[in-house]
Design a protein around this ligand. Structure first.
Ligand code: UDP
Ligand code: MG
Length: 138
């Protein structure tokens, strides 16, 4: 069974679509085995998105990610990394397929409602960033 980290970003929380996003995951057969609402500091957001630190959108992205509370979750299912990315849709909501979370709810390429780990190594690393083993239900 595979695990991934999902985040409902500040825009997803403030738009009131957290329940809808979580419902889509559950209906896709994904199990939520950890969940918390937190507000990141700028330092934490910079650490989480360190892989993008040279990108032109880094400053704006990290500011956005600290602009309000987020909901971090550990998701579990077979092939859940790809399954979750499929539910999310493309990074740019204009390119995301109809019926995906980003296409349905996101306003632009930055404020795109959700984060999802992009591979097994990043998933393990990102889960550890938010959760200790004790906080994850087995
Ligand atoms: N992002 C942005 N502008 C871009 C590309 C990405 O603001 O041109 C933001 C967006 O919020 C995205 C995040 O940076 O979700 C991380 O980018 P990545 O390429 O990893 O996209 P994701 O894996 O989230 O689809
Ligand atoms: Mg990514």
């Amino acid at each position: 069974m595979e695990r991934t980290l999902s985040i409902i970003k500040p825009d997803g929380v403030s738009k009131g679509v957290a329940g809808e996003v979580i419902g889509r995951m559950e209906r896709a057969g994904i199990r939520i085995c950890a969940m918390k609402m937190v507000r990141l500091t700028l330092e934490q957001a910079r650490l989480f998105y360190a892989v993008h630190k040279e990108r032109p959108f880094f400053e704006s992205l990290t500011q956005f990610m600290t602009s309000g509370p987020i909901i971090a979750m550990v998701l579990e299912a077979e092939n859940v990394i790809v399954k979750n990315r499929d539910l999310m849709g493309a990074t740019n909501p204009k390119e995301a397929l109809p019926g995906t979370i980003r296409r349905d709810f996101a306003s632009d390429v930055e404020k795109n409602i959700v984060h999802g780990s992009d591979g097994p190594e990043t998933a393990a690393q990102e889960i550890k960033f938010f959760f200790s083993d004790l906080e994850i239900q087995h």
